[in-house]
Structures are given as structure tokens and as C-alpha cells.
Design a protein around this ligand. Sequence first.
Ligand SMILES: [Zn+2]
Ligand SMILES: [Zn+2]
Ligand SMILES: [Zn+2]
Length: 263
Amino acid sequence: MQITFLGTGTSNGVPMVACACPVCRSANPKNKRLRSSVLLAKNGKNLLLDASLDLRQQALRQDIRDLEAVLITHTHADHIFGLDEVRRYNVVHHKRIPVFLSAEADKELRQTMRYLYETPRQLGGGVSLLNNYILQPWQQLEIAGCKVTALPVKHGLLDIFGYRVDDFAYLTDCSFIPEETFAALRGVAVVVLDALRDTPHPTHFSLAQAVAAAERIGARQTFFTHIAHNLEHEAVNQKLPDGMQLAYDGLTLKIPEIYSRDI
Ligand SMILES: [Zn+2]
Ligand SMILES: [Zn+2]
Ligand SMILES: [Zn+2]
């Protein structure tokens, strides 16, 4: 399985509009963060984890030609507004795109992007054609040859999903991991965790909280995402424990099959 970080930024992205801080003004491309999303590729099929606000730019940059399905963690704008770009795949491949999400997210999405789920009053520009599939907490299913599990996590007061896909797990926008989710992460090879900034936040892990969660999960490699402008890529990476680092846009890694067998 190949994993590509399409975006690693918090909801504002980095650089932020109207900010002149050193990270926002940094020339290092690793400090430039589009809104968070990951693309998984296996056996020639692409699974998209969240449809970020920057999906158009991300799809052009990574030359994403097709999508097998989209997995949605929750319905904050930075994670769903890219669904508007899916219509290109409808047109090119003459198919609807399956969207997997919680019952709550399904309800919210139908309100937030109502026009995607109603017969258009005027035809012309076209809208994305999606088929929503509701997942229950802990539900396991196979999508495009991948074993997918919906993993409940807390995002402040919200109950949202992270996902385990084979031996990869993606827990963005997370401030608390329930015991059952820790158990379901056992044996995972690579985990991606929310790490917003150094100081505490009501709806996101701080870097220290994310490191503590990563130590408990014990994956071979941990990457942090959904990063605000407070964290400078190189400076933070130098002080992180072995096997942990900040992800950056465009980072690609492969999880070899061997990982699954020897854990
Ligand atoms: Zn977010
Ligand atoms: Zn800034
Ligand atoms: Zn969020």
C-alpha cells in the first residue's frame, strides 16, 4: 500500500491568510501545508481519506486520475468541501463515487452540501454524484481490497471516525482516543495522529499529547498531521522521538506486506 499526504495543515492551512510569522513566511516547502487529507493506493485503486478544501490543487499536484471511494472522518469544512471536485471523476469514469461516513456525518453532509443530494433546480454546471454508505462504529468492511475499520475518536465534544486501513491508521482531528480504539490499533505499522501545536487545545491533541498517544500505540512509524503555523517543520522534527515525525505535503511512503506478517 502506498500512502501520500495530500495536505497536513490545520483548517486555516499554512501559510495562513494575513499572518507574517516566520513559519508562514518560511521558504521551506515542508512548512507549506494544504488542508489535511491522505491518499491510499493499493492494487491500482485509490482511496481518499477526507475530501479537503484543497482537493483540486492536491489532485492536480499528485495527478490523481480516479477515486475508488472517499472515507470521511467528520464534516468540518476543511474535510468535506473537496467533495465538490469529485464531479470530474464522475464525468471521466461515468460513475458515482462511494462516500463512507458515520450516520451523524451523513446527516450533517446532507445539510451542509444539500445541493449534492437534491435534484438540481437548474442543470448546467453539474454537481458531484455521490453514493453515501453509513458505517457504524467498529464496523469492518473491505473496500478496494483493503480491510477498513471505522474507529471512534473524540474531537472535542464530537464523536468522529478515524480509520484503520490494513496496517495503516489515520486519526486526524482527535483530542481523545477511547480504550477500544487503542485496542483496535494493535499491530498497526504506520499511524497518523493529529498534532496541532505545542499548547493545549480543546478539540485537538497538542504535540506532547500526540507523542504520548503514539508511544502507547507503538507503531513502527508515527506521523503527525493537521499542523498549525506554530510548528516549524525542521525544528520540531529534530526534537521528536525516534520513529515519529511531522508529516509534510507530498510525503509518500510504502507499507510493505511484510509488516503485516511479522507483527
Ligand atoms: Zn480539521
Ligand atoms: Zn503564521
Ligand atoms: Zn475538525
